[in-house]
Design a protein. Structure first.
Length: 254
């Protein structure tokens, strides 16, 4: 079994975009169990006050401990912690204090987060995040050995407020699947063979293998009756076998 646990921020609950769509991506990768934490905290004045932020962290951590106390961690083969803002510090502390082997996705982490040394983590941060100094957080991430994806002009919600949000979301999802999760597992959601990941090929091989290149421009997609082969495999045998009939010629018409 595979478990994903969501650690929200203050005011950024688990059904907001970053955590909601991350759960969807995780489900595609085979995470079949989900736990969503909820916090209660109403004090203001956290920004720019390390003492107030630490007090908030202690309160939220205690709530997380209570909500996760009944979880039987050893029964899960794979555990993923998704966290946002101050929740990144809560998830890092929980994993460390309980010795839970897990992967962690840290959205808009704080300096406090890396003081708790999150392990096996991938972090995302915007340069216009008012809750974090991007340069100091980036330095802390490097010192901790955590890969940090830094987005220019993105705010605390990882949004830029213009059309660049779509491109940003595309790069974010790519990083999430490739670096945060096992890329082979992520392919299951679109029914790819997880042992045949997409990648760039050698043009020389496709140029040599001409017997499957006669498809007309208006019929670019293979049909059920077409014979599809991989060039690298076919090259081993074409020298001794009869050449295949070309697709799209008169002999194939009905």
């Amino acid at each position: 079994m595979k478990l994903v646990v969501c650690f929200p921020g203050i005011g950024y609950h688990c059904d907001k975009p970053l955590l909601y769509y991350s759960r969807k991506l995780a489900a595609c990768a085979g995470y079949d169990h989900t736990l969503l934490l909820q916090y209660t905290y109403h004090k203001d004045g956290l920004r720019g006050s390390p003492a107030a932020l630490r007090e908030a962290f202690d309160t939220l951590y205690a709530q997380a401990e209570a909500q996760l106390s009944a979880v039987d961690w050893p029964q899960y083969d794979d555990v993923l912690f998704l966290s946002k803002s101050i929740g990144t510090a809560v998830s890092a502390a929980f994993a460390q204090r309980h010795g839970i082997p897990c992967r962690q996705i840290l959205y808009t982490p704080l300096s406090l987060t890396f003081a708790l040394a999150p392990q096996n983590a991938l972090a995302f941060l915007g340069t216009a995040d008012p809750w974090s100094d991007a340069s100091s957080v980036a330095a802390a991430a490097r010192a901790n050995g955590t890969k940090l994806c830094l987005y220019e002009n993105a705010n605390h919600s990882l949004e830029t407020g213009d059309d660049d949000d779509l491109a940003l979301f595309k790069t974010f999802t790519d990083s999430f699947i490739i670096d945060g999760l096992d890329a082979r597992l992520g392919m299951r959601c679109i029914r790819f063979d997880r042992y045949l990941p997409a990648r760039k090929g050698n043009r020389f091989l496709s140029k040599l293998h001409q017997c499957h290149r006669q498809q007309s421009d208006r019929n670019l997609f293979a049909r059920g009756c077409h014979h599809i082969e991989f060039p690298l495999i076919r090259l081993r045998h074409d020298f001794t076998c009869q050449r295949d009939q070309a697709v799209g010629f008169a002999r194939h018409s009905r």
